[in-house]
Design a protein around this ligand. Sequence first.
Ligand code: NAD
Length: 451
Amino acid sequence: MSATAVAEDLNLHRITRQQFDRAVPFADDLHGWRGIADWLFEPEHIMEVTLPVRMDDGFVHMFRGYRVLHSAIRGPGKGGVRFHPSAGIDEVKALATWMSWKCALVDVPFGGAKGGVACDTHRLSAREKERVTRRFTAALGDTIGPHTDIPAPDLYTDAQTMAWMYDTYSMMHPGEANLPVVTGKPVELGGLAARDGATARGAFYVTDHFLAIGGLAGVDSLDGRTVAIQGFGSAGRHAAGLFRDAGALVVAVSDSRGGIYDPAGLNVRAVGRFKDETGTVVGFPGSESLPQAGVLELECDILIPAAIENQITIRNASRVQARLVVEAANGPTTPAADDILAERGIKLLPDVLANAGGVVVSYFEWAQNIENQKWEEADVVEKLRTRMQRATEVVLTRRTALVEGLDGYREAWEEATKSSALVARPDLRTAAQVVAIQRCRTAALQRGVWP
Ligand code: NAD
């Protein structure tokens, strides 16, 4: 391992601060900004709970859970709950922060929040997972609620998990209209059919529109383009189907056990069925095996990290061969890797834009539940498309404006980054965060500092 690789800081919360510090110099109206920056960045509420859970063998196991409300400036907190062995406070703080920027960027009336329980779902029975979920929900108590903080699925949680959360919360709040307390619920329980694939669909609309409006020189559609996807869960699997249906060749996919490759294009529906039967994509008939991280370095047009954070780092960014990276996952690329990709001319559609489809459809589900209505799926999908396309245009336009107006920001940017080498390239991530941070700041100033 090289010295630079050792030096890279992979702490997710510090990464969110680095990204934020890159964006702040580009936010205009700097008057009074410095104090407000800390207000916007620091999480509002941090909760850590211990969860005694009776396991199937009769023993009691202690789990640790977290919920962070990063910001309620623009509305109640919104963000998923993940069940993952590495879930910890800094990770959850970072994910909550990204949710604030994401909600502001796609203009849904929510702030940012996130939750997590440190556990390995591969080692839990369904009954144990249910007991962890219910105990976690009970421990969160009234920190969550339809108008305070609204959880949703994330890594290794799903509609069933949300049904258990809803049911537990309802037991604690009898006689109230509790459906909007969580989103991503089963359709029969007030969910939206479109929620399941919404994150991937959002990533698809963003990518498709980015190409259509000239974001990638010489490529104006997905037709015939090669795509590699890391992760084959909710985000990755749906993305594979959508990109394939648009005429792209999905040449590689991976999951936590490894990757598979077929230069002629994988039959992604058959891969899905194979994963349902065997638990992994590895060994899919007719495919070539790849090492787990190999999918990231494959020659292709579009790379979609759709698994976990810190996957494209200083160690492998120079080996990425895609022309466009679409971050369906949260935080898959480190700031140092961002710079390497930018220097190499590789474009990147950042997480706060590319995976915002999930929270957009969650907002529709929440609104449907508040109104006691049942929305048509076709309307939901159309509204999602419009919002994702608009957000893509906003980011691209802002990025162009930042580059054209760079001289006006040069001093502040150099001071913030301490590196004049970075001056020439405010990227799409920085542009997206500038838009989001400015919207949060405007709301904060309109509300004022209380008391
Ligand atoms: P999921 O649990 O449904 O699927 C995760 C997938 O990633 C699985 O296929 C798993 O095998 C794979 N994986 C895990 N570790 C891996 C590794 N080291 N290498 C390759 N594959 C690996 O989770 P999801 O909901 O699809 O979430 C994936 C990412 O998308 C996360 O970063 C999540 O925060 C983000 N995201 C999800 C949503 C949503 O609505 N589900 C919304 C926004 C962002």
